[in-house]
Design a protein around this ligand. Sequence first.
Ligand code: SF4
Ligand code: SF4
Length: 341
Amino acid sequence: MTSQEIKAIAKQLGADICGIGSIDRWEGAPLQMDPRQIMPKAKSVIALGFRVLRGSLRGIEEGTFFSNYSAMGYGGITYLYMPMTVINLSKIIEDEGYEAVPMGHQSDWRAIDNKGFLKKNWSRPVAPGKAAPDVMVSMRIAGFLCGLGEIGYSKMLLTPEFGPRLRIGIIITEMELEPDPIMKPGTLCNKCMACVRECPGGCIPADKTVKAHIGGYDLEWADVDMSKCADVFRGAEKLPDGETGDYIEGSTKYKASSFSPFYKKPKVLYNSGQAICGARGCTRACMVSLEARGVLKNKFESPFRTQKQWTVDWSEEGIERCKPDYTPPYAKPAKDRDDAD
Ligand code: SF4
Ligand code: SF4
């Protein structure tokens, strides 16, 4: 099969974009992140990109409908749509006689933490020299090495089609395929720093970066505070010692932040979907910036942002000022309803 045929099938199966990287591009990858630890005879990695619909972010932008991004734009793509696509494409590759490993975001079992260190008492290598289970192949770096886009300052993969509005799945395969060129860093990210300014937790620092040499390029992105992001993206604000709150079930350390309208964090959707912040900085601000510059291929008739961004005032006055003002129409006695029969 040719790379063109693989890409055409990937799109028929539901991917929005597809790129291919030769396995040698992972030369020098950390042991725990090297796809060759999973498939020693791998020749290629195929990266499939799945757009997050701009409409899935609309309800959070308006402050009225939060579940759609977590369900349809995040967890649903990650745990439902993407696996079906990468599994079905892997079947076609295996029918040709080449082994294929379909992968989405299977990071729950990974041996390393958010900072890249081995988790304590998690797992052991099965033999000397092997990685500890599970290896975690970085999806965004795979996207970069397969030519889908570049790593922006926010650490998000930015693509010419959708900017940061994307989830990535990959297939590691023994099939040798013609690789795509790697995107030159700086093609899309102009260091506008909108992601830094608008991240509600200040998790994307302007002055602290990570540098890496990947795919022949010197890359630099913000040293994103992932522990803080883990709280803030759920709409949680950590309380000072001595104060207690009940925003997160099972913990007394959090209250609702000014970026969450919920008294308590709603339940997780599709295993990982709980993004109350709606990726305000790393995705929405970046997308607004890229769209304003006209550099994205997925164009829209109207701009995404049409109003000042909201914050929730959790003070007593704020709660009083924004009291719900709604009565269900059928809760009124029929005689008082103007639509009554
Ligand atoms: S918001 Fe600006 S600086 Fe941040 S990743 Fe996007 S383009 Fe780069
Ligand atoms: S998900 Fe939210 S809190 Fe985390 S980096 Fe993005 S904007 Fe900041």
